[in-house]
Design a protein around this ligand. Structure first.
Ligand SMILES: [Zn+2]
Length: 292
């Protein structure tokens, strides 16, 4: 009954198949992230703790981490593959074999702080990806745009003192996780949005806050924390976005990526818990990434 279910990826797959979009995509199988990759974003103690809980699930079944986060026998491998997917996508994009990538990953990652798993998230996939681009590929400026209905508190925590990464996060406020929504820094663009807001209010605030700052920052690579739980049909979020709003923000990111980062975008799935709406929204997002 947990909303963060394998059926989410099945719903995305089914929608991409039925839209015929799969024919336009190259698919890659993820590899588990290495300890070196993960500890660029997380403390060694955090990684060891998650690994230990993961190993204990072989004996104990489901082991709770917090009220809504737990691990089961497949969780550790899923988390390592989700984290590894971003690094693999960046390797391909930096090699120039592909221009853009979408990582259909779960569990999500953006709530995972440097030393804390929470909110369905064990490792911060997008943060590990950003640091892989910087430390392994030598990039100097990376942008992360997070349009999940929840604030990417983990991403803010990891980069709050790291000006190589600009974090732009829009989120319903006040709302879970109520952490790091007021952390200050010129490279942290945090955009609270009132519950009940519709697409035009979301677009107005995001356009006002994100894009001038992104143009000034001039990132060499765009990462997206692509959560679709701000959709009006989502059971967890309280905003009222529709597929066209996801087309809009994706197109806006395409534009800045075309100007500054040789079109390079790696998008990673975060939330989105209404299965049909998730499938339709991801499809709109990928179709827009393919077209501009
Ligand atoms: Zn979310």
């Amino acid at each position: 009954m947990h909303p963060e279910t394998p059926m989410r990826l099945q719903a995305i797959d089914a929608e991409l198949q039925s839209q015929g979009l799969m024919l336009d995509l190259i698919q890659f199988e993820s590899e588990p992230a290495s300890l070196e990759q993960i500890t660029r974003a997380h403390s060694y103690e955090h990684v060891r703790k998650i690994e230990e809980i993961g190993r204990n699930t072989a004996i104990g079944g489901r082991i709770p981490i917090d009220n809504d986060t737990s691990m089961e026998p497949g969780s550790l491998r899923a988390a390592l593959l989700a984290t590894g997917a971003g690094c693999l996508a960046i390797d391909h994009v930096m090699a120039g074999s592909i221009r853009r990538a979408f990582c259909a990953t779960r569990p999500p990652g953006h709530h995972a702080e440097k030393s804390l798993a929470m909110g369905f998230c064990l490792f911060n996939n997008v943060a590990v990806a950003a640091l892989h681009a910087i430390e392994h590929h030598g990039l100097r400026r990376v942008a992360i745009v997070d349009f999940d209905v929840h604030n990417g508190n983990g991403t803010v925590d990891i980069f709050k003192n790291d000006e190589r990464v600009m974090v732009c996060s829009s989120f319903q406020h006040p709302f879970y996780p109520n952490r790091h929504f007021d952390t200050l820094g010129d490279h942290l663009i945090l955009t609270p949005i009132n519950a009940g807001s519709k697409g035009h209010e979301f677009r107005q605030k995001v356009e006002r806050d994100f894009f001038l700052a992104l143009d000034r920052f001039s990132p060499e690579l765009f990462l997206i924390s692509a959560g679709f739980d701000a959709h009006t049909e989502d059971p967890l979020g309280g905003l009222n976005l529709i597929e066209d709003d996801y087309r809009w923000i994706t197109s806006m990111i395409n534009d800045v990526a075309n100007r500054h980062s040789q079109s390079r975008i790696v998008s990673m799935l975060e939330g989105g818990y209404h299965l049909d709406a998730l499938g339709r929204s991801v499809s709109a997002h990928i179709e827009t990434m393919l077209n501009d």
